[in-house]
Design a protein around this ligand. Structure first.
Ligand SMILES: [Cu+2]
Length: 128
């Protein structure tokens, strides 16, 4: 499949929209980020080294049973969104990342079905 990207620089995510299956597909991992750059974004004074100082973070929650993703929503979950009991970032449980002591750019996606996150740093510093 091919398509033409025709928009300004931004961080997007993609996932299928199969009728009545969107939530399940995303929950099971059929989703990802598309990062679009252009001349304007490349000219900005922002960290640009992918995975070094320009880091995508896809935040999600999942339920697991016997180590497998467990998608088993009740009707109420379908109506209001399925909430997992395990937080994951980029598909990993409790991931860590060592970074240089400098400004780091995070491209943060809330990819959960319905969970809303309040993000912050453990030392109380603010985001820029
Ligand atoms: Cu969508």
């Amino acid at each position: 499949m091919r398509y033409t990207v025709n928009q300004k620089a931004c961080t997007n995510w993609y996932h299928p929209h199969t009728m009545d299956k969107t939530a399940e597909h995303v929950y099971k991992g059929l989703a990802g980020l598309i990062i679009i750059e252009d001349d304007e974004s490349r000219s900005l004074n922002l960290p640009k080294r992918y995975s070094r100082d320009d880091i995508p973070l896809a935040l999600q929650d999942r339920n697991f049973t016997n180590g497998q993703i467990d998608y088993n929503p009740a009707m109420a979950d379908i109506m209001r969104g399925y909430v997992g009991d395990t937080f994951i970032a980029n598909g990993a449980i409790e991931p860590t990342l060592d970074v240089e002591a400098k400004e780091i750019r995070f491209r943060i996606l809330n990819g959960s079905n319905s969970t809303v996150y309040t993000l912050g740093f453990s030392d109380g510093r603010s985001f820029k």
